[in-house]
Design a protein around this ligand. Sequence first.
Ligand SMILES: [Fe+2]
Length: 363
Amino acid sequence: MTATQAQTQTRHDSHVKGSIALRAHPTPLQRNGSLNKYESFDVTPVIGSEYKDIQLSDILNSADKDVLLKDLAVQVSQRGVVFFRGQDITAEQEKELVDALGVLTGKPSTSTLHIHPTTEDTSPKGDQISIITSKRQSEYSRGDRSKLASVGWHADITFEPVPSDYAILKIHTNPDAGGGDTLWASGYEVYSRLSPPFAKYLEGLEALHEASFFKDAAKNYGIDLREGERGSPANKGGDLSAVHPVIRVNPVTGLKSVFVNKGFTRRILGITKDESDLVLNYLFSLVSENHDLQVRFRWSTNNKPGIGDVAIWDNRSNYHTATFDYGRSLRVGDRAVSIGEKPYFAHDGKERRESLGLPSWHQ
Ligand SMILES: [Fe+2]
C-alpha cells in the first residue's frame, strides 16, 4: 500500500456514513434591490451577471456600503459569478470587499481571508493577496502537462477544512492579443442534472480533497509552505487535506450543489476505489462537458495603469478554470479569497431549478 493509499484508507475508516455535518438550514437571504439602480445583465440563463457602469471602489466609499455589499453577496451566490468592467479597485480594497461579502452574510467570526500555502512571506502585496501571474504559471506547468484544457476545473482551496465562500480576482495586465479567458460552471446546475435517486445516494457520502502538489510547488519555488493559520483556526499545518460532503448546501441561497472538483477531490469515502473513480469522473464530466452550465469571460485589454476587469464568485457552489492560450505574454492579476463556513449538507436544501419554477431535467 502506498502512502497515499494508506492515508485514504485511514480517512475512509474514520469517516463512516453518518458523520456528515448536518444542520437545519438558515432561511435563505433575499436581494434587497439596492443594486437595481445600476445597469446589469445576465450573461447566460444559468450563471453569470455583468455590470458596466459601477465602480466597486465607490461602493466601498458609500454610506450604504453594507446594504450594497450584502446585496452583492446574495447576487454572487445566486448567479455564481458577477463581472465588473474597468475597475480601479486596489488590492487592499479587494481584501476589504471580499471579506465583507462573507461577514455580511453570516460567516463564522473565526473566518477571515485565506493565506495560500504557496504564498511567500515576502509577497509584495501581503499574505492575503495571491498574485496571479503568467510568469509563475509557466514555471509551474512545465513538464508532464495534460493536453486537455478541461483538466483545470476546480473550486478554490477545497483542501482546507474550512474552505472559501467568496473570491475576487482583478486582471490588470492582459495580453494585447487577448487570451487568458476564465470559465465558471454552476454546481447548482450540475446537481440539477442528477436523477433524484442518484442525488439522494450522493447526499449520504463524503469525499477526500487534497493538494499535496502544492508541497512540491513550494519546494520548486524554494519557499516554505505556509503552515500557520490560513484564514481559520482549522486551516493550518502541512497536511493540505480535508473531508467534505459530496453534496453541499449554500447557506446564502439554501440551494444544493455538487461539491467535488477535478483539481482537489481524490476519493469518495465508504465505497471502493473503482466506484469512487467512476462516480467522480462522471461528476467531473458534468462540469466540463456541459457548456450550457458554463460562462466564459474575456478579460478586457487596456493600457491604463491600475484599471482592470473584476470577477467575484462563490466557491461553495461553482467551479472555474483558466485558459492558457497566451504563450509567453504577460498576464497579471490580484486575487483575494475569503474563508467561509465548514461545508455541510441540509435535507431542507432546495434544488435550484425547482426553486426558480423552471422545468426539471427529469420529468
Ligand atoms: Fe482558482
